[in-house]
Design a protein around this ligand. Structure first.
Ligand code: MN
Ligand code: MG
Length: 658
């Protein structure tokens, strides 16, 4: 099936879109192509992560920022502006939202089953796709059964079932490349054949990230080395234009063997004419990629070659326009332009405006899967033996923080198995996200014992962060905690009813570190300001910091499981400035918590009281939390707490004896 649409007139023509019949404006390349010149438009989706409906299944509500149904509406318009076009997906389509989990964990893929993202892609009409790293998350059998329904070729050159002596000798998992035989309509309306080569690449890190599925079954090769081997072969087979489907970010300019974000060195490979990039969940061209040698964020080129990255979850279409010219018996690129088309815009007041309506045919195609996913997120996927609430998360070790720590530690230990970091103690850092404050007295996590639904996991972990691990010293660990306990005001020993919390300090920067025990001496000043600047270099609030019952010394080494925000400098934590990262995991913390609950069946995240306030006899502090906290007051361990009446603005007040 070809998606090349010959133009009806030279400059403009009537086109029916979701907005009704409009006069489409042709791209200049289509409008002004002469005989022997043809406009080829290449559209890209990337990192869809099963987002078809404009819907956030975690919060169970419609959103305007995601969904292939929205992107598809753009596709219809954008196709109508060009004489010839291709639509390509750049990978990470099979996993990453509750619909993906529902199919993998609940419904399953049997021979002949259709995966909803594939159904949606078939409905729009893709010309090709490549594999992203997340295609491997549910195992090879699940992947191959899902791909079987695709009415478009799926290519990936650097994943092999058996390795040969060189990349082109490998037996690849899916075809390494495809050469599409198409007819191009030129400026005079005459059709000419063209052979377009598409070759796919995925980060070789899949071998670590999905070790349990992949080890012994497939091998992954370096992206650039694989490209250098295959591209000449594609030319020999007659490819006139070659597009790299690089499920890899726009990263370092310098090539290193096995690099994850290889799109810049990849662009230097002779014979590649254009690149579709992804994996980073960012937009190219955009200023977010300023400052990388060889990358031009104004023209949208890498080493002079057109390149696009269409955001993630269907947020944008990447669009590369090529003006092709007959050159003897072949085609050459005579002009190029690159842009992206967003499906929504963020207004100055942070509200979101949709820029396009959903394409109803796409919604209809997966309506049943959508309904089933809604039922899935609303029903139990596991059970909790302990209540998961955050009412006391800022004053005592807490189950809602504990479950996050447990799941992160469980995941990071698996990820580090077989690496040089295996065997180091893995601690876990987590902070309460929903802990009142400006969110108000209802803004707490509160899941009673019993069923846990996917919706509840969003409540436990508010942000779509991804897991990171850092490797730090005992000294850095101590300072990480000193930074964290800056949330508390300094108190005067022997005095009653002092205000405990500094309202300037956001709860998401109050990291509790699980796996060590420690006490917080509130009589001491904070070492760091609420923003993380060193304030009192000699101050020490963290006392009795112990690992396995022995004091933590400065030169001990620890791995801390955390998230991308913290590990790359968010909150300015000592030991977490980006240079200590040893694991950049592909999975979100939320996905990891879901996976942990699904695999465990019943969870029992009893807080283990690994941190508490150091005793200050005769001293008490006041702390405000949600009034619903009252029912859990007996559960709080390691702290002496009593009700102290009403706080302001609907909060309840509690007194803690130190
Ligand atoms: Mn992705
Ligand atoms: Mg990826």
């Amino acid at each position: 099936m070809s998606h090349f649409r010959p133009s009806m007139t030279r400059r403009t023509f009537l086109s029916t879109t979701t907005a009704g019949t409009v006069l489409a404006t042709l791209h200049p390349f289509s409008a002004f192509a002469s005989a022997g010149q043809a406009h080829l438009r290449i559209m890209e989706t990337t990192d869809l992560h099963v987002h078809v409906y404009p819907y956030d299944y975690y919060s169970d509500r419609e959103v305007d920022t995601v969904g292939l149904a929205r992107t598809a509406a753009h596709v219809a318009d954008i196709r109508s502006e060009a004489t010839n076009s291709l639509l390509i997906d750049n990978g990470d389509f099979l996993q990453g939202n509750p619909m993906g989990d529902y199919i993998a964990y609940e419904r399953g893929m049997k021979e002949g089953d259709m995966h909803p993202i594939i159904t949606a892609m078939n409905t729009i009409g893709f010309d090709a796709s490549t594999l992203g790293n997340h295609e491997f998350n549910y195992g090879l059998d699940f992947l191959m059964k899902s791909l079987a329904g695709a009415e478009f070729p799926v290519v990936s050159a650097n994943v092999a079932k058996t390795l040969g002596s060189s990349p082109t000798e490998d037996t690849t998992l899916v075809p390494p490349y495809v050469i599409l035989d198409r007819m191009l309509t030129d400026g005079e309306g005459n059709a000419h054949p063209i052979r377009i080569g598409l070759i796919g690449f995925v980060p070789p890190q899949i071998m670590n990230w999905d070790r349990r599925h992949l080890e012994g079954n497939v091998s992954a090769r370096d992206i650039v080395a694989t490209a250098k081997a295959y591209v000449p072969q594609m030319r020999e087979e007659g490819a006139e234009i070659i597009v790299a489907l690089s499920h890899s970010g726009i990263g370092p300019a310098e090539y290193t063997d096995g690099m994850e974000n290889a799109s810049v060195p990849l662009a230097m490979v002779d014979g590649i004419d254009a690149l579709l990039t992804g994996h980073h969940h960012r937009v190219f061209p955009s200023a977010s990629y300023n400052g990388i040698a060889g990358v031009d964020t104004t023209t949208g080129t890498i080493h002079g070659k057109p390149a696009a990255m269409g955001g993630f979850w269907g947020s944008h279409l990447g669009v590369i326009d090529l003006m092709l010219e007959r050159d003897g018996n072949s085609w050459r690129i005579a002009g190029q332009s690159v842009e992206t088309r967003p499906i929504s815009k963020r207004n100055e007041d942070r509200s979101i405006t949709a820029l396009v309506e959903s394409d109803q045919t796409i919604l209809d195609a997966v309506a049943t899967d959508h309904e089933e996913t809604l039922a899935y997120v609303r029903r139990a996927v596991g059970k909790t033996a302990a209540p998961l609430h955050s009412y006391f998360a800022l004053v005592a070790d807490d189950p809602s923080v504990q479950i996050v720590s447990i799941a992160q530690k469980w995941y990071v230990e698996q990820m580090l198995a077989g690496t040089e970091h295996e065997g180091l103690p893995v601690l876990s850092a987590a902070a309460p996200f929903k802990a009142g404050g400006r969110g108000g007295p209802e803004y707490y996590t509160d899941v009673p014992p019993g069923d846990v639904a996917i919706k509840n996991v969003a409540d436990l972990y508010l942000y779509p962060n991804t897991v990171r691990a850092v490797r730090i010293s005992g000294a850095e660990l101590r300072d990480w905690l000193e930074r964290s306990v800056g949330i508390f005001n300094q108190v005067e020993p022997g005095k009653a009813d002092q205000v405990l919390l500094n309202p300037e300090f956001p709860s998401y920067n109050f990291d509790v570190i699980d796996g060590v025990t420690y006490e917080v001496d509130l009589s001491q000043p904070s070492k760091f300001t609420p923003k993380g600047e060193l304030e009192n270099s000699d101050a020490q609030r963290i006392v009795n910091l112990m690992f396995n019952g022995s004091p933590v010394t400065d030169d001990m080494e620890f791995v801390i499981a955390t998230n991308n925000y913290r590990a790359s400098g968010g909150g300015a934590f000592p030991g977490a400035k980006g240079d200590t990262i040893i694991l950049e995991a592909p999975d979100t913390n939320r996905d990891v918590i879901v996976r942990y609950i699904v695999e465990q069946g019943t969870i029992d995240p009893k807080a283990d009281a690994n941190w508490k306030f150091a005793p200050l006899p005769g001293t008490s502090v006041l702390f405000d939390t949600g009034p619903a906290a009252e029912k859990y007051i007996g559960d709080v361990k390691g702290v002496e707490i009593e009700s102290a009446g009403d706080g302001p603005d609907g909060f309840a007040r509690f007194r803690i004896g130190l």
